[in-house]
Design a protein around this ligand. Structure first.
Ligand code: 5GP
Length: 171
């Protein structure tokens, strides 16, 4: 299936010079959405996932249905202030300023094989922060799966040493 044709590219969004890859057009088509998640499910299974983690909000769009299909738990990675119980936190650099991601402290068991799923890999900052928290909690990052990978922004290099799968690539 040609998944790429279901991604809409939006010029100058959210600001000038950015070509935003919109996944809502893929999600709108039931068959395409299911088949794309199925690919991530197959990847997570192959990597021996015991738990799925995904950053808000689009990581939930792919991570939750994948966890459901695999009958595994899903762990949300959220911006600061959104999780109600005790958390671990990591601050990470954005183009302008920094942001903070958090996870519940009891979300991962030591040694657990965790597969991270998200919609898109760009610079890798979001996933790097996610990896830090998972490892701090004693989890093992068994693989990282994306619908989309943007080449040339250094994401894959930044995550060197980790297994990465992506369904669609852009130069
Ligand atoms: P990174 O941390 O790798 O630089 O950026 C990836 C994160 O930013 C992902 O969680 C993703 O949701 C969001 N993101 C950045 N650019 C795009 C884009 O063009 N399309 C979509 N759907 N998400 C993007």
């Amino acid at each position: 299936m040609d998944f790429k044709q279901h991604i809409k590219e939006v010029a100058d969004y959210p600001k000038e010079g950015i070509s935003f890859k919109d996944i809502t057009s893929l999600m709108q088509d039931g068959e395409v959405y299911k088949k794309s998640v199925d690919e991530l499910v197959a990847y997570a299974r192959e990597r021996g996932a015991e738990l799925i983690a995904g950053p808000e909000a689009r990581g939930f769009v792919v991570g939750c249905p994948a966890a459901y299909a695999l009958e595994l738990g899903f762990v949300p990675v959220r911006k600061e202030g959104k999780l109600p119980r005790e958390t671990v936190r990591v601050s990470y650099g954005l183009e302008y300023g920094t942001d903070i991601l958090t996870m519940h402290k009891d979300s991962i068991k030591p040694g657990q094989q965790v597969v991270i799923l998200d919609d898109l890999l760009a610079t890798g900052g979001t996933i790097e922060a996610t990896i830090k928290m998972i490892e701090q909690l004693g989890g093992v990052v068994a693989g990282i799966g994306f619908l989309i990978e943007l080449d040339g922004l250094g994401g894959r290099e930044r995550l060197e040493g980790y297994d990465i799968f992506s369904l669609i690539r852009y130069e």
